[in-house]
Design a binder for this molecule. Structure first.
Ligand code: NAD
Length: 491
């Protein structure tokens, strides 16, 4: 399929009337909402917006499906096969899914094709593999001759609320494990990027998921998302998005005693020691922040450089940033597309302008690339700011765009201190050829994922209990072959 064919197909799909998927049937919502085309700024799609009554209907359908023998009583092997059939169906339409993702979010078609869609399929297959391996435990009694055992059972009706930066992939991080464990789900995609979730719903019906097992509700967060999160018939909310909305969902979950999982924002440090392979680190630092237009919760948005190589390294990262090609997501060679929406573009520009007004030095970038003709589209250059203070807004708050702040540090103790100087703790990176230092850093920095001589790759999680952390070491060879297009988003 050529890029033009992919674009035309995605535009045609976007233009078709959109409905909600409830109980295996498509129906209108209580209202409608429009999405923007990030390349033109015009309307891309008109979506149904689920109101409270639609949410009631979806919860009822999901509850009913939970007890339906067609879902509740199927053997694990058959449930696994349903997941695998869905994975096959997405894979067979990977180009179509990639084009929908690109047109909706603005990400380059190439990245959606090479990263988002294959990884979504991988996740589904990975969790399909777990279906037949869900085990309880036999527990020794110390009060008598009893046999005690536990059984793993579905939590119930799960509300899955996802953001717009990796729409299908992040949806799949929730959909796949929830279905693998026999739950029923109500998927609520972000209002900016709902097309792949709707297509997923169509395929789930086609491959044979019983009605009500997978429901899709589109609509704005404050309407559809809020009604779903507050619904007393939902047993579990899994939310990925902003910290602010996450707090409101935690509060409503506490009031209803609903189980809640939250994956929220980030302001991740990427720390470069003077002994690092500086060429590799410069590429890693650039792609660590600019991949997916910086719209990545783990993005390395705080770059710390050891002072003896500060100027030299900043020059290398600047060169790498300037070499990145921003352009139409469907054009060959585009490495970054536009930001997702006009509102988000204004927000990112506001952060950058505010930082400069507060005294930050603009090293490169700062606005629309001058080589892009016209004024349409929400393009923003890879941007590096320097000479900032630790309390500056640009240092403390998540921008969620292609903007990094560079700061020098003196020694290892200082590096750990500045890396940990944040309310966030999603991810961190360290670049050094000193193995002991790399592992000391991984232990000392408070982040869920820490990359050693790399920044970005993610893998489906193993079952985890408590607060485990992952440290991932990249080999130089692997890093060099992947950094020109960061292979795996963190989210
Ligand atoms: P957002 O919080 O505005 O929206 C996320 C989702 O929540 C959307 O589906 C939205 O419709 C919904 N929502 C909005 N308000 C709601 C409400 N009051 N009640 C219920 N649902 C509501 O975030 P966003 O702008 O879409 O995404 C960007 C944010 O997501 C960033 O902060 C980013 O760091 C974070 N994120 C985190 C991860 C992670 O894995 N930790 C991954 C991707 C994005």
């Amino acid at each position: 399929m050529t890029n033009t064919q992919a674009l035309d197909g995605a535009l045609a799909y976007a233009a078709r009337p959109k409905q909600l998927l409830i109980g295996g049937k498509w129906r209108d919502g209580e209202a409608v909402t429009e999405t923007e085309n990030p390349v033109t700024g015009g309307t891309l799609a008109t979506l149904a917006e689920a109101g409270p009554q639609d949410v009631d209907a979806a919860v009822d359908a999901a509850r009913q499906a939970l007890g339906d023998p067609a879902w509740a009583a199927i053997r694990p092997r058959e449930r696994a096969q349903l997941l695998l059939r869905l994975a096959d169906a997405i894979e067979a339409r990977a180009d179509e899914f990639a084009a929908l993702e690109a047109i909706d979010s603005g990400k380059p078609l190439r990245n959606a094709r090479n990263v988002d869609i294959p990884q979504a399929v991988d996740h589904l297959r990975y969790y399909a593999g777990w279906v037949t391996k869900i085990e309880g435990a036999a527990i020794t009694s110390n009060v008598g001759d009893y046999l005690i055992y536990t059984r793993r059972e579905p939590v119930g009706v799960c509300g899955l609320i996802v953001p717009w930066n990796y729409p299908l992939l992040l949806a799949m991080w929730k959909v796949a494990p929830a279905l693998a464990c026999g739950n029923t789900i109500i998927l609520k995609p972000a209002e900016q990027t709902s097309l792949t979730a709707l297509r997923l719903g169509e395929l789930a019906c086609e491959v044979g998921f019983p009605p009500g097992v997978l429901n899709v509700l589109t609509g704005r967060g404050e309407v559809t998302g809020a009604a779903l999160a507050a619904h007393p018939g939902v047993d579990k909310i899994s939310f990925t998005g902003s910290t602010e909305v996450g707090k409101s969902i935690a509060a409503v979950g506490a009031a209803n005693l609903t189980r809640v999982s939250l994956e929220l924002g980030g302001k991740s440090p990427n720390v470069v020691f003077a002994d690092a392979d500086l060429e590799a680190a410069a590429s890693g630092a650039a792609w660590g922040i600019f991949y997916n237009m910086g719209e990545d919760c783990c993005a390395g948005s705080r770059l710390f450089i050891q002072e003896q190589v500060y100027d030299e390294f900043l020059a290398k990262v600047t060169e790498a940033a300037r070499a990145i090609k921003v352009g139409d997501p469907f054009a060959d060679g585009s490495q970054l597309g536009p930001l997702v929406s006009g509102g988000h573009h204004a927000r990112v520009a506001g952060y950058v302008d505010g930082a400069v007004a507060d005294g930050a030095r603009m090293v490169t970038g700062g606005g629309r690339p001058d080589y892009l003709p016209g004024t349409e589209g929400y393009y923003f250059e890879p941007t590096i700011l320097a000479d900032v203070t630790r309390d500056a807004r640009i240092v403390r708050e998540e921008v969620f765009g292609p903007v990094v702040v560079a700061t020098p540090f003196s020694d290892e103790e200082h590096a750990v201190r500045v890396a940990n100087d944040t309310i966030y703790g999603l991810a961190a990176g360290v670049w050094t050829q000193n193995l002991g230092r790399a592992h000391r850093f991984a232990r000392a920095v408070k982040a869920g994922t820490i990359w050693l001589n790399d920044f970005g790759p993610a893998t489906p999680p193993r079952r985890s209990a408590g607060s485990s952390r992952a440290a991932t070491a990249g080999s130089t060879a692997a890093r060099r072959s992947t950094c020109s297009s960061r292979p795996s988003p963190c989210g």
